[in-house]
Design a protein around this ligand. Structure first.
Ligand SMILES: *[C@@H]1O[C@H](CO)[C@@H](O)[C@H](O)[C@H]1NC(C)=O
Ligand SMILES: *[C@@H]1O[C@H](CO)[C@@H](O)[C@H](O)[C@H]1NC(C)=O
Ligand SMILES: *[C@@H]1O[C@H](CO)[C@@H](O)[C@H](O)[C@H]1NC(C)=O
Length: 503
């Protein structure tokens, strides 16, 4: 209890100082409201404007009036993208470079890293979060309410069912529990309510009770459209033409989420806040082929280092954009939101050591991207693949990927490697026939966005240079944090709910 109060008053002090500054500046230099929306496992092919059979009128309209990001990258799975969004750092610099945070693991985004929400709060924003956290909860210090958010409503782990809000551990058999919170308290009131609906209602409540004179940072991380595939029937009715059951349910989930975005932006409009709002919409990773998602025509899917796992659906909307209605092809990465948004909020990057780049001029004016490279990841704990190249500076049996300009190198085992179109185009499926011991690929993504032609043999010098760059990153990596599951995490010991177990 002590720590909670101490944290609150310290945070309140910072907040008041910053608010004083804001009042002075606000006439000339207004801080925009920021609406940040994350969809879970939302595939590259699954938004209307990517020629999808799935209907997303609200997202299409917002993206059409905004700027579509079409050279934009996230990470292959959930915790990595979220940890990078909130820290502005690559996974190799937080220790979270392997897999994800399982609910039974005593793990979290290191407390030394101020979160994006901490920085927004420091800049005078009212900060609210709705939805999936997934960057650690084993101690109270790791909870969203201690990491920059004034309010929180959602679930701590990676996934659960949409109505009952229950989930069982993947690592420890029989560890099952309820994961749904309002603030720090377990919320049973919404047991039985579909998460997309309750999250939308909470987001609208936040907007309605907000004083528009204060800048608002609202972060919404939908459960949709992650497995399990569940949605109220009315949303699948328009998809009778989709034969594949998974795809049909998933399509309904997408349409429900699209409606949610429409309802939330309407709440901003009704309060005359939308003209002063900068909005970001992004997926957290590629779609999951086995759970209705699709990334056609990209190679691979969720969990892989192919572009199908990482090239994200994303767009921005807001009146700071001088080229609304355009497509932006500047190279962008999820770590870029941190400095971009903190600067846009007129906050301070003091105390941070970031891998992200401020992309405001790229996004708002179409100027060239301020980044040349993306370290997609280096994961020393994944199973090594094949034999190492002789005299190479980087061990190419290690799972890693790096982008430099248009070039992309992949080493080790990248994961699911096939080209899978949505079910109604199944004839175009192409299963990768490469040897499972293959551990090196080089692509020019500008000419070969589908990663069909490995040109590593034609460009040995480029391979050598890229391996040197990988090694230069590798020496800056911190040790991996991937602790053993802790039996004290068992929800049975905590009234049936997942929550902090260590003090
Ligand atoms: C679901 O939401 C409604 C409306 O917000 C609420 O009245 C109800 O208690 C919630 N729970 C269930 C199980 O329906
Ligand atoms: C959006 O608002 C309409 C009208 O209030 C409501 O019927 C619908 O359930 C809402 N959708 C979501 C996803 O919350
Ligand atoms: C930056 O952070 C350091 C250490 O946290 C602090 O001493 C300094 O006053 C801060 N500077 C500004 C301008 O906030």
């Amino acid at each position: 209890m002590m720590t909670w109060k101490t944290t609150l008053s310290a945070v309140a002090a910072v907040f008041l100082c910053a608010l004083g500054e804001f009042t002075v500046q606000s006439q000339s230099n207004k801080q925009p409201h920021i609406l940040f929306i994350v969809a879970d496992d939302y595939g590259f092919h699954d938004i209307g404007y990517h020629n999808s059979e799935i209907k997303t009128p609200n997202l299409d309209k917002l993206a059409g009036d905004g700027v579509k990001l079409e050279n934009y990258y996230v990470q292959p799975i959930c915790t990595p993208t979220r940890s990078q969004l909130f820290s502005g750092k690559y996974q190799i610099h937080t220790g979270l470079q392997h897999s994800l945070i399982w609910s039974t693991q005593p793990n979290g985004l290191p407390l030394e890293d101020p979160t994006l929400a901490d920085k927004m709060k420091e800049a005078g924003y009212s900060t609210h979060m709705v939805g999936k956290w997934h960057i650690g909860f084993y101690k109270e210090e790791y909870l969203p309410t201690r990491r920059g958010f004034d309010s929180y409503f959602g679930y701590y782990g990676g996934g659960e069912d949409y109505y009952g809000h229950n989930t069982c551990s993947y690592l420890l058999k029989g560890f099952c529990g309820y994961d749904f919170r309002d603030g720090d308290k377990v919320d049973y009131q919404d047991k039985g309510n579909y998460s997309t609906h309750v999250f939308t209602q909470r987001a609208i409540d936040v907007v309605n009770s907000h004083d528009p004179n204060q800048p608002l940072f609202l972060y919404i991380a939908f459960q949709a459209v992650h497995a399990p595939l569940e949605v109220p029937e009315k949303y699948t009715q328009m998809y009778d033409f989709i034969q594949d059951k998974n795809r049909r349910t998933y399509a309904g989930m997408v349409t429900c989420m699209d409606e949610a975005v429409g309802n939330i932006t309407k709440a901003f409009q009704d309060k005359f806040m939308f003209e002063d709002t900068f909005m970001i919409f992004t997926t957290d990773n590629g779609g999951q082929i086995h759970e209705g998602g699709n990334n056609w025509p990209l190679r691979g899917w969720k969990g892989s280092l192919w572009d199908g796992g990482m090239k994200g659906v994303g767009f921005v909307h807001g009146n700071g954009l001088t080229k609304p209605g355009t497509i932006n092809t500047g190279l962008m990465h999820v770590t870029d939101w941190y400095p971009t948004l903190v600067n846009l909020a007129k906050g301070s990057l003091n105390g941070t050591k970031l891998d992200g780049h401020d992309q405001w001029e790229t996004i708002s004016q179409g100027k060239p991207s301020s980044r040349q490279e993306i370290l997609h990841n280096i994961d020393p704990l994944s199973k090594k693949t094949g034999q190492p190249l002789r005299n190479a500076s980087f061990d190419n049996t290690v799972r890693a990927a790096l982008r430099v300009g248009d070039w992309k190198i992949i080493t080790g085992g990248p994961g699911n490697s096939s080209w899978i179109p949505p079910p109604h185009m199944a004839g175009k499926t192409q299963i990768s026939s490469e040897a499972p011991t293959k551990n090196l690929w080089l692509f020019n993504i500008a000419v070969d966005p589908e990663e069909r032609d490995d040109i590593s043999e034609q460009y040995p010098d480029m391979v050598r240079k890229m391996l040197e760059r990988l090694q230069a990153y590798n020496v800056t990596a911190v040790p991996v944090r991937y602790p053993k599951p802790d039996p004290r995490s068992n929800p049975k010991l905590h009234g049936g709910a997942w929550g902090p177990w260590e003090t």
